[in-house]
Design a protein around this ligand. Structure first.
Ligand code: AMP
Ligand code: ZN
Length: 138
């Protein structure tokens, strides 16, 4: 629990939420400002800021929750696709600093566009970037 964290307060029942799912490690509830109705947030009950400081062992529970919530969203909303979004850090659009995954129902031709993509200046630049990352990860 982090004292001033609204998502800690939500999973401890100190702030209201529209709960959709709960397990030993996770809590899931509707986003107040949905991209589409049914937009769900999945959070670990144990506070951490984002994926860079969380316990990776939570990964299996998260995927299980996403599969179950995804299937439920398809049945309940009639969506034909799902985006899983997850922001890490202010520059990446994170506004609440308690790790959370957005599960967003999507519909054919719903008009939403994800981020624009660019290009490397050259294949050399692309390969050099991969090389630096491989060295860091070795
Ligand atoms: P992010 O930009 O990834 O940090 O997203 C934070 C999300 O939390 C936003 O989509 C907000 O609409 C949502 N949110 C903030 N406060 C609440 C709340 N009390 N209940 C439900 N959703 C919330
Ligand atoms: Zn928290």
């Amino acid at each position: 629990m982090s004292d001033d964290c609204i998502f800690c307060m939500i999973c401890e029942g100190k702030l209201p939420s529209s709960k959709v799912y709960e397990s030993d490690t996770l809590y899931a509830f509707l986003d107040l400002n949905p991209v589409h109705k049914g937009h769900t947030l999945v959070i670990p009950k144990k506070h951490c800021e984002n994926i860079l400081d969380c316990d990776p062992a939570i990964g299996q529970d998260v995927l299980t929750a996403m599969q179950r919530i995804g299937e439920a969203l398809k049945k309940v909303t009639g969506c034909t696709g799902i985006n899983v979004m997850q922001n890490n850090g202010r520059s990446a659009g994170q506004m609440v600093f308690h790790l959370h995954w957005h599960i967003i129902p999507r519909f054919d031709e719903d008009g939403l566009k994800l981020w624009p993509q660019g290009k490397y200046d050259s294949m050399d630049e692309m390969n050099a970037t991969a090389e630096k990352l491989r060295k860091e990860l070795a």
